[in-house]
Ligand binder design. Structure first.
Ligand SMILES: Cc1ncc(COP(=O)(O)O)c(C=O)c1O
Length: 433
């Protein structure tokens, strides 16, 4: 059973002398689960191969983008063909118009769309235009939601009602986050209190409609619709951060899934088909404030990069033709059922929370509805489960506070194998507590 990881270990040690923490994004370092990260050599479909020749069934999918699995042949072909025509022009292309049209088709609320290169950039820019449109400075987010690493959004989870934000990261002056409010997710009362306390001051409420960055948490039955109504009443814009949920829960993201519509939306991950591309957009009366039409400056050398746009377009085309959402949902539901049964056989308190094809196993016996309840789950049990699954060739998200994703490249067979491995792993976890 034991897999050699000597090449990964050697590379990690070398990387640590050259790259901060040995990784180019912190959660890749496996700090939350223990052990060293795997260095990946290649991937195909739902399988990853590391530099020691071990194979894994992958439920990370590059943290969400790879809904079609790794190296989908049509996406790879689109990338190759685009590269042959040149890698970047710094001038408009017909493909950008096509992608904007397609995004608008799936997200009718995105009447105007601006392409950027990362989710962080999309969110940062959406906030800027929201502030310009409303003439207000404050923004409100929810504890445990992640919206990229721009200064004003790195705010410690506030406890209680609408605490003024304190920076969560060294290097962020407190003045930069002094306009950021953070309240518990699913708490409409806290939202109403924030509107009372900061009357006519809140430019935008930004929300992951189904948070995935504190593990998968479901919005209460009326939470999102009431949030939209309250914000309209207070002339505050709502930004749906659909960087994860966009094209994941449905082609039209959480907005289609729940039958809602947001004034501003951010997309990332799937929209770029595995390449660096993201987008923000919304009502045309808001978006017309962006340069060169209006006074809100936002720009990017590689924005709308033709290779990334080609990968994104092909991915969206395939999603439109193949409509994988029913099958994804069924596979994910089966996985949740299998893991939950395995946990109950082993006598372990485990709740697997799921929305569509995204899911998180929380080692907890109480419902997880917000950041506070997510933090009550047993992260050391999660770490142990993660390591035992990895040892058995199953690559889960390496943190309790992330989502696992099922892709259309998974099949019933891989789901069955994963459930079998979860059975073994959970009985070992149970034996060790
Ligand atoms: C909901 C959400 N918004 C924004 C971001 C930031 O996107 P990126 O990592 O592309 O900057 C992420 C990244 O995981 C995310 O999950």
């Amino acid at each position: 059973m034991s897999r050699s990881r000597t090449n990964s270990a050697r590379l990690f040690s070398e990387a640590q002398s050259l790259i901060p923490g040995g990784v180019n994004s912190p959660v890749r370092a496996f700090k939350a689960v223990g052990g060293n990260p795997l260095f990946i050599e290649s991937a195909q479909g739902c399988r990853l191969r590391d530099v020691d020749g071990n194979e894994y069934i992958d439920y990370v999918g590059s943290w969400g983008p790879l809904i079609l699995g790794h190296a989908h042949p049509d996406v790879v072909r689109a990338i190759q063909q685009a590269a042959l025509r040149g890698t970047s022009y710094g001038a408009p292309t017909p493909l950008e118009v096509e992608l904007a049209r397609k995004i608008h088709h799936f997200f009718p609320s995105m009447e105007r769309v601006r392409l950027v290169s990362s989710g962080t950039e999309a969110v940062m820019s959406a906030l800027r235009v929201a502030r310009a449109f409303t003439g207000r400075d404050k923004i409100l987010k929810f504890d445990g939601c992640y919206h990229g690493h721009s200064d004003s959004l790195l705010v410690q989870s506030g406890s209680g009602v609408a605490t003024l934000g304190l920076p969560d990261s060294a290097g962020v002056p407190s003045e930069f986050t002094s306009h950021t409010l953070s309240i518990p997710f699913n708490d409409l009362e806290a939202l109403e209190k924030a509107f009372t306390k900061y009357k006519n001051q809140i430019a935008a409420v930004i929300v992951e409609p189904v948070p995935a960055n504190m593990g998968v948490i479901l919005p209460g039955p009326n939470f999102l619709s009431e949030l939209l109504l309250l914000c309209r009443k207070h002339q505050t814009l709502v930004i749906f951060d659909e960087v994860i949920t966009g094209f994941r829960l449905a082609a039209g993201g959480a907005q289609e899934f729940f039958g809602l519509s947001a004034p501003l939306t951010c997309l990332g991950k799937i929209v770029g088909g595995g390449l660096p591309l993201a987008a923000y957009g919304g009502r045309s009366d808001i978006m017309k404030l962006i340069a060169p039409d209006g006074p809100v400056y936002q720009a990017g050398t590689l924005s709308g990069n033709p290779i990334a746009v080609s990968a994104g377009l092909k991915t969206l085309d395939i999603l439109e033709t193949e409509k994988p959402y029913g099958r994804l949902e069924k596979m994910a539901a089966k996985l949740v059922e299998g893991i939950s049964q395995a946990a109950s056989h082993s006598g372990i308190a485990l709740r697997v929370q799921r929305c569509g094809s995204m899911l998180t196993p929380f080692f907890s016996d109480a419902p997880v509805t917000d950041f506070l309840s997510a933090k009550r789950s047993d992260t050391s049990l999660f770490g142990s489960f993660f390591r035992k699954m990895l040892e058995r060739g199953i690559y889960l998200a390496p943190s309790q506070f992330e989502a696992c994703f099922v892709s259309s490249a998974h099949s019933d067979q891989e789901i069955a194998v994963t459930i079998q491995r979860a059975n073994e792993a959970l009985s070992e976890v149970a034996a060790s507590v």
